[in-house]
Design a protein around this ligand. Sequence first.
Ligand code: SAM
Ligand code: SF4
Length: 335
Amino acid sequence: MRDPFGRTVDYLRVSVTDRCDFRCVYCMSEDMTFLPKQDLLTLEEMDRLCSAFVDKGVRKLRLTGGEPLVRKNIMWLIERLGRHLETGALDELTLTTNGSQLSRFAPNLARAGVRRINVSLDTLKPQKFADITRWGRLPQVLEGLQAAKSAGLAIKINTVALKGINDDELETMVAWCADEGFDLTFIEVMPMGTIMDDSGADDSGRAGQFISLETVREQLSARWTLAETSFRSAGPARYFSVGETGQRLGFITPLSHNFCELCNRVRLTCTGMLYMCLGQDDSADLRAVLRESESDKPLSDAIDRAIALKPKGHDFQVGPGAAAAVSRHMSVTGG
Ligand code: SAM
Ligand code: SF4
């Protein structure tokens, strides 16, 4: 699939649920209202939709959420999608997870053909972890990570850099990931969704939590030798190698750098809305098309029409007074 700006779209990210067992402060409010179950695509419908995208040339599928591993029977979907790996139609089936359920799922994921996973982890301090995730407990995630490692899954840690919260720990994260054999990517906090603080006021804290990864990189350079590499994942990250450890370190900087010219992805929500850009509201309702016909032709045509609407780039802004660029939460599209 090719969009109007000549970019090949071969990567689909699917949010399989908007629910989560954590309530990370930058992602959700504590009392989230989740979608009614009847609005969700069934797992069979998700399989049909994902398979339609694979037929149209998608080579990489990432399941996300919400927390993908809290969706009931999620292994059924993952095993079904695994058939596209076997036929060679798909290069990669992967997921982004908070790690809380990995102890239970890691061996099954490996059996289904998953080779690599991204695990979000912002701190190695138990109290801070509980403060950031509100409902999460660090030991559970660390156990999950060990289970994933034992199952042979390659692991990339995603860490959101938060000023005044974990910016004193980012160096430690680099060293810890090197010891564990994990890749690491830092992410800038993005202004998505309106999150109320305890007083009910609009959360203005998040703009204050923003720290440019340029600053982070400068700080890390005091201890580590960072060399920019030519490695690109066709995604928003720039990669550096750490001289002392040899590990790969990614920086996702949607705000201080625009990465849109290389964008190869679209995002499907758990209700079947296709978003052509994380930072724009353009979307297409594929659920309606899916349910209207048993034939996949109308679906295929609707996907073509949607790709033709993929915008050139996002409109994120940061700094005092910057409004959320899009009103939906990150858990709708899964990052
Ligand atoms: N629950 C899974 C997890 O946490 O990995 C998958 C979904 S989560 C929405 C995907 C990623 O988005 C996580 O790495 C999380 O840290 C990141 N994220 C959530 N809200 C964000 C925000 N406002 N800015 C930047 N990253 C955010
Ligand atoms: Fe849940 Fe992931 Fe959002 Fe945290 S970032 S609340 S784990 S969906």
